[in-house]
Design a protein around this ligand. Structure first.
Ligand code: NAD
Length: 358
């Protein structure tokens, strides 16, 4: 057992997972298992056409589609979906898509307590967490509630084959960030640390092979498995500096979610390297390196992912504001939050420089 001298508390979250290739066909029986007969299907506008297959599978048990899901779960969108849900007298939701669609399903569950079936098509991992971030008037607030944890998750590897390689890489690195922070979370525990190490290893091995051949089902399966584990890690323990920085940067400059995680992760790992020895040892094993921060930075570079915040829309004159907000109400972190070191971290991440442990 890692960190043997520590005592810990571990709360297992409920939830049913169906995993495999072609598992979408299990949807009708999963709906029946929940005792539901009137499903409202949720998607983004971009994935609306793909939901036809779901509607066909469910027949009369699909009462309609709401295809307005959007990044960061805007409250106005949720309110529109609620009107549709009530008009159609739906008794559950089926969220088909990435974290944006899952977020909408969770926001509906928070307001109605209706059961949710999630069919994830990215590696975001939100389907495994009781966390909901919602945006109102440009401000994002995050809460944890058992009400938003989906009852059933159907992972169908086949549905991830259409995720473009570039999105697969950033989505996969977003997932890895959940596992990395779980390794040094204040409330970490040996079960979740074991999952986290396996998850980072699975994704680090799978992502380069997805870039080579996005249609390789076996590799896609490894990546989705890793993403499931990463989501489980995020759902089980607290977040630290990396997630705090991403929430600040995403909120201030409306940066794309997965790309922001991809850029920041190596820098957050470097910042915490000196204060989280056991986590770094686990990452070193998973990434087969003696410098996990550098290995993550190099991996992003090799896979053609963005490595600079300036590349994804953050203005240079935003660095000061970001530092200021990052220092306010910081999340617990293994290394104390030091103003100058955080300023240097954000400046390096903005410029696309390699991470520094200073
Ligand atoms: P996303 O859901 O916005 O999807 C990105 C784009 O990819 C969308 O246009 C979508 O339609 C498209 N897409 C998704 N799957 C596809 C596929 N298989 N093939 C082709 N196109 C596909 O992006 P995301 O990164 O999955 O989710 C980001 C959102 O999730 C953010 O709002 C973030 O805050 C949230 N999130 C929440 C948690 C949590 O625990 N609450 C965890 C992770 C992410």
């Amino acid at each position: 057992m890692p960190d043997a001298a520590r005592s810990f508390t571990y709360t297992a979250l409920p939830g049913r997972v169906v995993f495999g290739a072609g598992t979408l066909v299990r949807l009708p029986e999963e709906l029946e298992r929940l005792g539901r007969t009137r499903a409202l299907i949720l998607s983004t506008p971009q994935q609306a056409a793909q939901t036809r297959e779901i509607a066909a599978l469910l027949g009369e048990r699909a009462v309609g589609l709401f295809d307005g899901a959007a990044m960061h779960t805007p409250v106005e969108v949720t309110e529109r979906a609620m009107v549709t849900l009530r008009e159609l007298d739906a008794d559950c939701t089926v969220a088909f898509g990435g974290g944006s669609t899952t977020g909408l399903g969770k926001a509906i569950a928070l307001r109605t307590d209706l059961p949710q079936i999630c069919i994830p098509t990215t590696y975001a991992g939100s389907e495994m967490t009781p966390i909901l971030g919602e945006t109102a008037g440009g401000v994002k607030t995050t809460q944890r509630s058992g009400k938003v944890l989906p009852e059933t998750v159907i992972y169908d590897v086949d549905l991830t084959l259409t995720l473009p390689a570039s999105l697969s890489v950033t989505s996969g690195m977003n997932a890895m960030a959940h596992a990395v922070e779980a390794l040094y979370a204040e409330d970490r525990n040996p079960v979740i640390s074991m999952l986290a190490e396996a998850a980072v290893g699975a994704l680090a091995a799978a992502l380069p092979r997805i870039v080579e051949d996005p249609s390789d089902r076996a590799v896609r399966s490894d990546a989705l498995y890793g993403a499931w584990l990463c989501g489980t890690c995020l759902g089980a323990v607290g977040m630290a500096l990396h997630h705090k920085l991403c929430h600040v940067l995403g909120g201030l400059f409306d940066l794309p979610h997965a790309e922001t995680h991809t850029v920041v992760l190596p820098h957050a790992v470097a910042y915490n390297a000196s204060a989280a020895g056991e986590a770094m040892a686990a990452l070193a094993r998973a990434l087969q390196t003696d410098d996990p921060a550098r290995a993550l930075f190099d991996l992003a570079g090799r896979l053609g992912a963005p490595r600079a915040l300036k590349e994804i829309g953050m203005p240079r004159d935003g660095i000061g504001r970001a530092v200021e907000l990052a220092l306010k109400n910081p999340y617990w972190n293994p290394r104390p939050i030091e103003a100058e070191a955080i300023r240097s971290l954000i400046a390096r991440a903005w410029a696309g420089e390699a991470p520094s442990t200073a």
